[in-house]
Design a protein. Structure first.
Length: 569
């Protein structure tokens, strides 16, 4: 069995290598043929501020052309420790409420006593890009006041005070930061008032959720490990000490009391984090009892599935549910988690990325899950890569959710190709990456990634944060050849973002479900609008929304191919 698996992996890797070599050869030939004419055309397009014309690629890398010039920094000349290896995240959100998705991207920075290189003249920092609405972005970081200096790992966004404008929470190496949106294009640091800074922990992932359904969003922060820059004992080829060389740090649950103030209710709510080193954090009502639960993907230790006991306490059901370990019964290097109904049985499943086979947890409907990574075809395809941010995404709008996975080496700046898996009948996933465009034949050190419809054309685009390298923006050129709908929810009695709302749509005799989520994937957050692919259906017979308040709202005979604004009655 091992020899067979090794032979298969070798064959897949060889096929990728041959394809990549061919792609490089063709790229060189095209450059030689096009010469200066191609450069002139690109310059002309950029001069007029317009995005480049669509190529024949399904996903086309256009970041530089549309104004995304962000370069992630580890704050150092070389990758020398595990903290530097673990950033950074990104988020799609509409900070100015003009109907177009903007982008916030996290970076590390230079820190005295932590970074081994010399302090640069200009410190790197986080960036905010405003979507102009014409397919391009402008950097508004300085105007908005959101650059730092922080060593930021991840970002999660919500309207925590229900004022109509989304706010930013940053997980940092050191105190965390809450930036309140002033509604005029700027943000104010309200961390001290809100009581959400934590201590000097290394927070990596966090998620907004309304665990007690009081209409105010609470915050779960996943803390990583107590890093000691003086500790140097390690096996030299590994590059630096791994996570088990350091003590873990306990996660924190903040309850939103209103008036911009939070309180630490971790112990009161029974969240007993004994030895977790949190990486990815997500929240979903997996058993549909009306209360949002929390999943924590831990590094090298078992994962947590905290069941919400009607807003009064939490119980870890990771082991009993089958989601604490991989299919091999091992605690893996878990990175991120996302939720969707991949097999269309009206139950929310999970995908957890890691450094080996990854886990596709099928929800069996009785509080337990089955790991379908191997029978689905994902395990073999994933095993040759280290998976970081992963998201369910219906990239081709055919009515079922596919999976995007960003890859990159753990302890070295060694690149790997990212992957896109096509959902086949809700049972199999096929790696179609090399059919999607030139980007997928290139190697980067991927970390965070966010998905969103940046140009409001009905298909999901992708931004990937690469460690100590240029961020890549992938425009979806062909997904809207099928029909679609996006739902922009606004809560009234429920939290204004509608996080936790359960949605069911019926179109052409097929039902799809989803829940409004906060954080998605690794350190990142997707487009807040809930997106459905509709295949050939131009009409949705019925949309049913169960809000966190318990209210049920129904819409009938809704036309496809629109961004629909829905307000809680």
């Amino acid at each position: 069995m091992k020899n067979s698996l090794f032979s298969h992996l070798l064959k897949v890797r060889l096929e990728r290598t041959i394809h990549c070599t061919y792609a490089v050869y063709m790229s060189v030939m095209l450059v030689l043929l096009a010469g200066c004419r191609s450069d002139n055309k690109t310059a002309d397009r950029n001069k007029h501020g317009a995005p480049p014309a669509a190529s024949n690629d399904f996903f086309q890398e256009i970041g530089s052309e549309i104004g995304i010039d962000f370069i992630h920094s580890i704050g150092d000349n070389e990758l020398t420790n595990i903290i530097e290896s673990s950033g950074g995240g990104s988020a799609f959100f509409d900070y100015d409420q003009d109907g177009f998705m903007d982008l916030y991207i996290c970076s590390g920075t230079w820190i005295e006593g932590f970074s081994s290189g010399e302090k640069p003249e200009q410190l790197p920092g986080n960036h905010l890009y405003r979507n102009r609405g014409d397919g391009t972005f402008e950097d508004v970081t300085r105007k908005a006041g959101v650059s730092g200096p922080w060593y930021s790992m991840g970002v999660t966004v919500s309207d925590y005070n229900n004022d109509g404008y989304p706010d930013i929470y940053l997980c940092n190496y050191g105190p965390n930061v809450l930036l309140e949106n002033n509604g005029n294009g700027s943000f104010t640091d309200v961390t001290k008032k809100s009581n959400t800074a934590g201590g000097n922990e290394c927070s990596i992932g966090a998620v907004w959720l309304d665990y007690d359904n009081d209409g105010l969003l609470d915050l779960y922060v996943g803390n990583y490990l107590a890093f000691d820059p003086e500790y140097k004992y390690f096996y030299a080829p590994d590059g630096f000490p791994g996570p088990m060389a350091y003590d873990s740090q306990k996660d924190v649950l903040y309850h939103n009391k209103g008036e911009g103030v939070f309180e630490d209710v971790t112990e009161r709510m029974g969240l007993n984090d004994q030895d977790g080193r949190a990486m990815g954090v997500g929240a979903i009502d997996y058993d549909e009892d009306g209360y949002v639960d929390i999943y924590v993907a831990n590094d090298h230790t078992l994962n947590y599935l905290y069941h919400n006991n009607e807003g009064k306490s939490f119980t870890d059901r990771g082991t009993m549910s089958g989601t604490a370990f991989s299919q091999g019964g091992e605690a893996t290097v878990s990175m991120s988690v996302d939720f969707a109904d991949y097999n269309n049985d009206s139950l929310l499943d999970m995908f957890v990325s890691d450094d080996t086979y990854c886990s596709l947890y099928r929800n069996d409907g009785n509080g337990t899950y089955s790991d379908m990574s191997y029978p689905s075809g994902l395990a073999v395809a994933c095993a040759q890569f280290v998976g970081w941010s992963s998201s369910f995404i219906d990239y081709d709008n055919d009515g079922d959710v596919d999976i995007f996975k960003a890859n990159g080496a753990l302890k070295h700046l060694y690149g790997q190709e990212d992957q896109l898996f096509e959902n086949v009948g809700g049972e199999k996933f096929v790696d179609v990456s090399l059919e999607m465009g030139e980007y997928f034949s290139k190697e980067y050190v991927g970390r965070g990634a966010c998905m969103g419809d940046y140009d409001n054309d009905g298909d999901m685009d992708i931004l990937v944060v690469n460690l100590n390298d240029k961020t890549r923006f992938l425009r979806n050129n062909k997904g809207n050849q099928n029909n679609w709908i996006s739902l922009n929810l606004t809560g009234t009695t429920s939290n204004r973002d509608g996080i936790g709302a359960r949605i069911k749509i019926s179109a052409g005799g097929k039902e799809q479900i989803a829940q409004k989520k906060g954080t998605t994937g690794y350190l990142s957050q997707n487009d807040p609008r809930v997106h459905f692919g509709l295949a050939e259906n131009k009409m949705i017979e019925k949309i049913e929304i169960k809000w966190p308040s318990g209210k049920i709202q129904t819409l009938e005979n809704v036309k496809a191919n629109q961004i629909l604004e829905i307000k809680e009655p």
